[in-house]
Design a protein around this ligand. Structure first.
Ligand SMILES: Nc1ncnc2c1ncn2[C@@H]1O[C@H](COP(=O)(O)OP(=O)(O)OP(=O)(O)O)[C@@H](O)[C@H]1O
Ligand SMILES: [Mg+2]
Length: 343
């Protein structure tokens, strides 16, 4: 069987705690090819970071239990030794972390931190690593890179720090890049610049990109495929075009309605999804979204409360985890005004 470039198969990540087992990622599967972008979207706590950091082996040597397989270029990353994983991390697979301040050491010059990432994986001189660092800083749009290379993280603005993180993640030309909310907390103009930059770099190196975000607007702009996560599970998965134009389950409808969309001609109210996701300690027996769902009344025999739906094909060619019948799943087109930039 030939596998995709990246194939995450039945990945589960559990954290044993004094209160019980936190099921942060449950039986998650997806694939990604080189040059393609997968958007992972979902509310806070849905398992986006936990599942993605498993690809870099970041749960190793913690109390987390990780199971399943992560096939990457023909190798199951979960079966590698710590040394073998360290060889790949930061070289073939890199991550732009959610919080640049926690990922950059405050007491070291940014240039030294980036050079170190290069030196760790390449037999080059310090001088060559520094030259490469300056080149990367220029690439990510940092003005006067030959001077800024000697600055400390706090001397950069939020947007510039984010660029420093990107430079560090890309210094070894990774073939798989995980960007965890790289533009959250940045203003819209900087956000757009950083997304453009990531897309340019992706084209240049044919990088497979996983873009984690709360923001379906970002997904619409750059993703080929979308994975919607809820309470540690995939609840909808497929091509961005199919999923955004024909979202097939109420949780995704809710996410779409909560996007601020300045291009809407009608002034539709923003509707955050009422309620909260279930505790990951005691997942309910039925659908994890049941308690917040307005549509379970259309499903016979109270199945939403008692039976976890399978992730199964919706009629539009993508997968959904929902008991609703297709005819009821037809999304209220009046509200589905999402401009998809995906093609
Ligand atoms: N070490 C840990 N021990 C116990 N629970 C954890 C641990 N790390 C993460 N979790 C829990 O796993 C769940 C998923 O966390 P994760 O960070 O993946 O969410 P997320 O989707 O990235 O959210 P956000 O959008 O806020 O970044 C959360 O409920 C979190 O509290
Ligand atoms: Mg996160």
């Amino acid at each position: 069987m030939s596998r995709a470039f990246l194939s995450v198969e039945n990945l589960s990540v559990n954290f044993p705690t004094s209160d019980g087992i936190v099921r942060a990622t449950d039986d998650l599967s997806y694939t990604l090819e080189r040059g393609q972008t997968l958007g992972i979207v979902g509310e806070s706590g849905s398992g986006k970071s936990v599942s993605s950091s498993a690809i870099l082996g970041l749960h190793r040597n913690t109390n987390a239990h990780v199971s399943g397989a992560i096939w990457f270029g023909g190798t199951n990353l979960l079966a590698l030794s710590d040394d073998e994983m360290r060889e790949r991390r930061g070289k073939e697979v890199a991550m732009i972390f959610q919080d640049p301040l926690s990922a950059l050491h405050p007491y070291y010059r940014v240039g030294d931190q980036i050079s170190e990432a290069h030196l760790a994986h390449n037999r080059v001189s310090k001088r060559a690593a520094r030259a490469r660092t300056i080149e990367m800083l220029a690439r990510v749009g940092i003005p006067q890179p030959d001077r800024r290379v000697d600055d400390y993280p706090h001397q950069f603005s939020g947007g510039m720090r984010q660029r420093v993180m990107i430079a560090m993640a890309l210094i070894n030309d990774p073939v798989l890049l995980i960007a965890d909310e790289p533009t959250t907390a940045l203003d819209v103009t900087v956000q757009a610049q950083i997304l453009d930059l990531l897309q340019d770099l992706q084209k240049e190196f044919d990088t497979a990109l996983i873009m984690i975000t709360h923001d379906l607007g970002v997904i619409a702009e750059i993703a080929d495929d979308v994975l919607v996560m809820y309470a540690g599970r995939a609840v909808e998965y497929g091509s961005a075009r199919a999923l955004l134009s024909q979202p097939a389950m109420p949780y995704t409808w809710g996410l779409i309605q909560s996007i601020p969309d300045v291009s809407r001609s009608v002034d539709l109210p923003l509707r955050p999804i009422p309620g909260n996701p279930p505790s990951l300690l005691n997942q309910p027996a039925g659908c994890p979204f049941y308690a917040r769902c307005d549509y379970s009344k259309f499903v016979a025999d109270n199945r939403c409360a008692t039976e976890l739906p399978e992730l199964a094909p919706a009629s539009y060619g993508h997968l959904k985890r929902c008991h609703l019948k297709e005819e009821l799943s037809v999304y209220d087109t009046q509200l589905a005004v999402v401009e998809t930039g995906a093609n």
